[in-house]
Design a protein around this ligand. Structure first.
Ligand SMILES: Cc1ncc(COP(=O)(O)O)c(C=O)c1O
Length: 373
């Protein structure tokens, strides 16, 4: 029998209006000042954001760019990856992880994920290494870091670079080390829906390597060198606008508090779902999870999503189709059936609302609905 949605408290997946209201006076003032001064491009808010995110993550250099996608593409190019190279990664990620590599002529080589935390299965990396392999590209999916110590050990043994897709991992740590620190480069996304989200697109490259930083800065402005209109290499137009940098600057002041609220909600879910018909997510020992997504799994995922929708609760499937199934990526030669854990995850995962502006009543509503499933 269909249940009336009228009776149920609405639980949106995100609440961007509540997020705006949380920072409104400061945000309105900073944006008004930009319009009043006309300083729109690579100004003081970009510099402030770069310095402060670098300090937060403990890296030497942060380079703000126009999106997380550009952060990955520019980082790869700045690290010297190019035609004929291979990077080892997974097919259980957002498409930008591999699209960027392919656009540079780099071949992504997929290994399966492990079924517990949806991360790259470290035990399968070595078998995927070929003479063309130049880097390992782990994705800190849903806000928790991969087993970086194991990945770095493999990279060291085979003389490979490690680039981190930290798009979903601002403030995430493993054994006290922040995402992006310890690898040659890392890309963060500031897309609207991220834990630290702009009013549109934005991203950042983190690196401790001065040459990668220099090249990234040049690549974001067409490969321009020290002198204006003289070019060192073929680059992009990928500046972060001052308006977005200012939005991010204001929100960064709240990020710790917002992340703690996400962690509180996740703790409540974990406790409540331990005895339920869904499998709650697992935090790997040593990780400080920032809960970009709270993702459960069940072999009746579509029923669970319909059950929640009937109760006015939004949910999302990250990701419904493994990347190697998509037509544009079939040329990579990875056949359906080759990545069984990736393929199973795509059928079983469901992400629940976990944003910092959820009320306790909304959290209770999600818990009651999932337990009733
Ligand atoms: C894992 C992952 N990689 C890369 C990106 C690309 O970031 P953006 O959307 O900012 O270009 C995203 C963002 O959705 C992501 O989730």
């Amino acid at each position: 029998m269909a249940i009336s949605t009228q009776a149920h408290l609405r639980v949106p997946f995100l609440d961007l209006v509540a997020q705006y209201n949380d920072v409104k006076p400061e945000l309105d003032a900073i944006i008004a000042e930009i319009f009043a001064t006309g300083a729109y491009v690579l100004g003081k808010h970009n510099s402030w954001l770069e310095e402060n995110v670098a300090a937060l993550h403990g890296v030497d250099h942060a380079i703000a760019v126009n999106s997380g996608t550009d952060a990955l593409r520019i980082a790869m190019q700045a690290c010297g990856l190019g035609c004929g190279d291979e990077v080892i990664t997974t097919a259980f990620t957002f498409v930008a992880t591999i699209e960027t590599a392919i656009q540079l002529g780099v071949k992504p080589v997929f290994v399966d994920i492990e079924p517990v935390a949806f991360q790259i299965d470290v035990s399968k990396i070595e078998a995927a290494i070929t003479p063309n392999t130049k880097a390992i590209l782990p994705i800190h999916l849903f806000g928790q870091m991969c087993e970086m110590e194991k990945i770095h050990a493999i990279a060291k043994k085979h003389n490979l670079m490690v680039l981190e897709d930290s798009a979903q991992a601002i403030l995430s740590q493993r054994e006290g080390v922040y995402a992006g620190n310890g690898s040659i480069a890392s890309g963060i996304s500031f897309y609207v829906t991220k834990n630290l989200g702009a009013a549109g697109d934005g991203g950042m490259i983190l690196t401790n390597d001065p040459e990668v930083a220099r090249r990234s800065k040049s690549l974001r402005v067409h490969g321009m060198g020290r002198e204006r209109y003289y070019y060192d290499e073929i680059g992009y137009t990928s500046r972060l606008s001052e308006i977005q940098a200012a939005v991010l600057r204001v929100k960064l002041g709240k990020l710790q508090q917002w992340t703690e609220r996400r962690q509180q909600i996740a703790d409540r879910y974990n406790e409540a779902f331990a005895k339920s018909h869904v499998t709650p997510p697992v935090t790997l020992p040593g990780n400080n999870h920032t809960w970009h997504q709270y993702t459960v799994r069940t072999d009746r995922r579509d029923h669970l999503q319909a059950h929640l929708q009937e109760r006015n609760i939004d949910s999302m499937i990250y990701y419904p189709v493994p990347l190697h199934y998509h037509e544009p990526y079939r040329f990579l030669g990875c056949e359906p059936g080759q990545l069984p854990e990736t393929e199973r995850a795509c059928l079983e995962v469901l992400s629940l609302p976990v944003h910092q502006h959820m009320t306790d009543a909304q959290v209770d509503a999600v818990i009651a609905a999932v337990k009733a499933f």
